[in-house]
Design a protein around this ligand. Structure first.
Ligand code: 5RP
Length: 236
């Protein structure tokens, strides 16, 4: 079974999970390739929900294409559940997120939800977070100072670059990846995050940081994780 099949399988399991919610509720929807499978699987059941709240422009586009109603988060008081993927998840349910660059809106929507349902394949389960470079969304003019502060934590910091074509590479220097919020992302490699709650708070306090991609204070409540033999449901 390849990774796309594993993502599809867990996307379908997440559909079955959210269909246990009473009808007429609003659902929070994350971002990424695993979530895309979830959205596609849920499309045939869109009338189960009064609407959705989306964590990125890409997710909004996909939800609208399938005919889901997408609401402004400001018009929603609370959500019963938020479904999203992760780049890494530890045994306690602390997550590293932001590989797709949507971390800030993901954290906002997740904070509105009663339950965070994390969906991933088993390659994302790690004993300690940090193999994946930690994404940190920043105000562009703070790149220098935030980089220096993050280096003090022992990581190797790099500015995330936009995906460029071969022609672009020949002609222009690579440009920064720009988030849906008009901000930049620093990726911090080489951290061993043994205390994610403390590190989340520490990085959040650096002036110029918008959001750190550690989801530790508010972690996953339910983990659906696919492997070759099926999908495990873990309550955290
Ligand atoms: C986007 C995210 C994604 O949830 C994370 O990158 C996992 O993505 P995928 O399902 O494509 O592996 O945090 O900002």
């Amino acid at each position: 079974m390849n990774q796309d099949q594993l993502k599809q399988m867990v996307g379908e399991a997440a559909r079955d999970e959210v269909l246990k919610l009473p009808t007429g509720q609003i659902l929070g929807v994350g971002t990424g390739s695993t979530v895309n499978y979830f959205i596609d699987a849920l499309a045939g059941h869109k009338d189960h929900f009064a609407g959705t709240v989306s964590s990125s422009n890409a997710t909004t586009e996909r939800l609208l294409k399938h005919g889901f109603k997408v609401l402004d988060p400001n018009d929603v008081v609370s959500l019963p559940a938020y479904v999203d993927g992760a780049d890494e998840i530890d045994p306690a349910g602390h997550m590293m997120k932001g590989g797709g660059g949507a971390l800030t809106r993901e954290k906002i929507i997740a904070s509105m939800a009663k339950q965070f349902i994390c969906i991933c394949d088993s390659s994302k389960q790690v004993p300690v977070l940090g193999n994946f470079a930690l994404p940190v969304e920043i105000i562009p003019l703070a790149k220098g100072i935030v980089t220096r502060e993050l280096e003090k934590l022992g990581g190797k910091v790099s500015l995330r670059l936009a995906k460029t074509t071969r022609a672009d590479l020949n002609q222009t220097p690579s440009a920064a990846f720009v988030t849906d919020n008009g901000a930049w992302i620093l990726d911090v490699a080489g951290l061993q995050i043994t205390d994610p709650i403390t590190m989340e708070a520490q990085i959040d306090q650096i002036a110029g940081v918008i959001t750190v991609g550690l989801f530790a204070k508010e972690k996953a409540n339910i983990l659906l994780v696919s492997n070759a033999s099926g999908v495990d449901r873990i309550v955290l």
